[in-house]
Write a protein that binds this ligand. Structure first.
Ligand code: XLS
Ligand code: NI
Ligand code: NI
Length: 439
């Protein structure tokens, strides 16, 4: 372990009564919940970009946080310092995965050949650091939104040359993902959308995005990538409208273009809420379609209309997330903290407090979700709510054998139906509270 975070000890579990800010209160890696260790339920990942690169720059001001890690910004020396800092950070927290964009790892050069050479160099160094640890890549991705060449999109661009740069970056990022043992590969379409339909051929753009994804699958499989590809839905920001609006839209797209066997979804809490859904909604839609792959674990601010990428703090949300994940039988990916400390939280300690908060919030959510499932009343209520479909008529409807005529005949015989029964929302919410806060 190197010594960038000299004042920070290894973070240990001390229990909910602990007042030590540099300790876990709920995340107890080896504690068994529903037959599995917490750390197996919760494969946490560090996001290279927020944790090691972001300095607090916003639209109104420059950075507040020094992420040079003792080197000169924008150099390969700093790229290596970030690797050192990242590995020390992950080891101190017991985090076993990281996620990256190509350009998080090295400063991008003017010539893509030089950028790729730098990527080879840094990934050799990362590989070296991985040896002797349990740390590996959760997923990789290509940043196809930051560089000005992508101003009109990447897969959705109007320029065939830019399209080739997107392809080249995906090719390289896939190679890096395989080299670093990644479980998944992400497409987040930040510039795949439009500002105005007046200049946009939506069908043409969507077909080109799909073609690029097909090429990525073919190439990935040819170099031994056996993991899942993921689309990470987001409705807007930076574009006014993004094609991967939400889980349902992305699933429709994947099926339309025959990509659904190789792709699943990476659901980000703050993106679901931007789409006007709850986090739980997009998890549920993914899960019932067999497409719940990975989670970008963060939290938005419902009073703001953008992606604030906060560390998860809301236990209702983490509980309902873990409820969906447990019911879906877990993730093929993991929980990537696509989250950053607030701009005024600008010390190295704050980086640790952010992850401690996030990891504890998900651990507590896991504990509470397991209690909700073991309690059984929610499940029993839902089962009972649909029990009228358990008769002959219901079976016929469910198996696709019923006709409109016979259902209409049934209605006619009844003349009017009995009440379908109370939804009991308030009772169920108070049940959830009693599981969350009961003794
Ligand atoms: C941005 C996205 C991005 C993806 C990876 O809103 O969350 O960070 O996770 O490109
Ligand atoms: Ni994300
Ligand atoms: Ni995001």
């Amino acid at each position: 372990m190197s010594d960038i975070f000299t004042s920070i000890p290894r973070i240990r579990y001390e229990g909910s009564g602990s007042k030590n800010p540099l300790a876990f209160k709920y995340y107890d890696a080896d504690r068994v919940i529903m037959g599995k260790k917490m750390k197996e339920h919760l494969p946490f990942a560090m996001a290279w970009w927020h944790n090691l690169c972001a300095s607090g720059v916003d639209m109104f001001g420059s950075g507040t946080t020094d992420k040079s890690f003792g080197s000169t910004l924008g150099t390969m020396e700093q790229a290596r310092a970030k690797v050192d800092a990242g590995f020390e950070f992950m080891e101190k927290l017991g985090i076993e995965y990281f996620c990256f964009h190509d350009v998080d790892l090295v400063p991008e050069a003017d010539d893509i050949n030089e950028t790729n050479r730098r990527l080879d160099e840094i990934s050799d160094y990362i590989l070296e650091k991985m040896r002797g640890t349990n740390i590996k890549c959760l997923w990789g991705t290509a940043n196809m939104f930051g560089n000005p060449r992508f101003m009109n999109g990447a897969g959705s661009t109007n320029s065939v040359d830019v399209y080739c740069f997107a392809a080249a970056q995906i090719k390289k990022a896939l190679e890096l993902t395989v080299k670093l043992g990644g479980r998944g590969y992400v497409f987040w379409g930040g510039r795949e959308g439009y500002e105005t339909l007046l200049n946009t051929d939506v069908k043409f753009e969507q077909e080109n995005i799909a073609a690029l994804m097909h090429m990525a699958v073919d190439y990935g499989r040819s170099i031994g990538f056996t993991g899942d590809f993921y689309i990470e839905p987001k409705p807007k920001e930076p574009m006014k409208h993004q094609y991967d609006y939400d889980a349902a839209t992305a699933i429709g797209f994947l099926r339309q273009y025959g990509l659904d066997k190789d792709f699943k979804l990476n659901i980000e809490a703050n993106h679901a809420t931007l789409a006007g859904h709850t986090f739980q909604h997009d998890l549920r839609i993914s899960a019932i379609n067999g497409m719940l792959g990975s989670v970008d674990a963060n939290q938005g601010d419902l009073l703001l209309g953008w992606d604030t990428d906060e560390f998860p703090f809301n236990i209702y949300e983490t509980t309902m997330c873990m409820y969906e994940v447990l019911k879906a039988g877990g993730l093929t990916g993991g929980f990537n903290f696509d989250a950053k400390t607030r701009r005024p939280s600008n010390t190295p300690e704050d980086m640790f407090y952010g992850y401690i908060l996030g990891m504890d919030s998900f651990a507590l959510g896991l504990i509470k979700a397991a209690q909700l499932i073991e309690d059984g009343r929610l499940d029993a209520f839902v089962k009972d709510r649909y029990s009228s479909f358990e008769g002959d008529l219901g079976h016929k409807i469910r198996s696709g054998e019923a006709t409109l005529e016979e259902l209409a005949a049934h209605a006619s015989k009844l003349r009017r139906p009995a009440s379908p029964g109370s939804g009991r929302q308030e009772y169920l919410e108070s049940l959830v509270n009693s599981v969350l806060f009961g003794a």
